[in-house]
Design a protein around this ligand. Sequence first.
Ligand SMILES: [Fe+2]
Ligand SMILES: [Fe+2]
Length: 288
Amino acid sequence: MKTDKSLKRKIQIQNAHAWDIEQDIPWDLGIDVNKDLLPAIGEGHIVPDCTENEALVFSQALGLITAAAIAEHEKILVEMKQNFYYDIIKRYDVCDDFKTLGEMFFQDESKHSQTFNRYIDLYAGQLNVTPDELRSILPIHQRKSIFSFLFKLNSLMGGMAFWWAVFTLEEHSMAIYKFIRPVQNKIDPLYFTIHKLHFEEEVRHASFAQSMINLYRREGSTFLEKILKKMDFGIADAIEKLWIIAQYKRFAKVSKFKDRHPFFQTLTDIIEKINQLPLRQRIGLLKK
Ligand SMILES: [Fe+2]
Ligand SMILES: [Fe+2]
């Protein structure tokens, strides 16, 4: 692949605007437990007969689930760099600038994952549980899981479902910031700042997942690759839905902490209401 000026320009822009986890995030603000995290979702439109306190706790729980989902996806992305990046680009003729952007992309995601995880750690301190205890009910992505296996299998066959999943995750991450921006005053300021910084960096490097997909679209030429090109998005979507269902089972165990903090008792009450909802609506709660 020939190098191109636009790649050099992207490298310059990303380097010039990259933020620092220590310097650019106001960790000293701490967490305002009276503020929402993802407010509009918890206003009684989805959970039936929601009280004001339940709406607040529900919005905070969804905010934590969202933070954990982003942190886990971006952590697994970095952990599987060999399988889904190095093993793929060696099949194709990519220039040095493309490789530089690739390295920067993974550095960004590692930093984002650490940032969201640090926020979750801080929140655990407010809820009288350890970070590990809080994570035991939040989404998790493991390197050795059926989901990772399915993505690896697709990749070994020449598919790019993994990069479609990354592309979709980045779209969702950016949509979350657009969703909370109009109601900024209702949101915990630290949570809002993290999403704002995340959004900015996602916008700057979002084209990388697209570049990986395009690389394969342009150059993937085996019979199997041609078939997978038409199926990869659907495969990525199906694996992601299975993952979401598995995460809901973790979240549903929240009652084990109901004596530790009123937050968990309220969540337990909400879960009982959610369990009355149809499965499709429950999956919708986690997807949003
Ligand atoms: Fe990210
Ligand atoms: Fe990203």
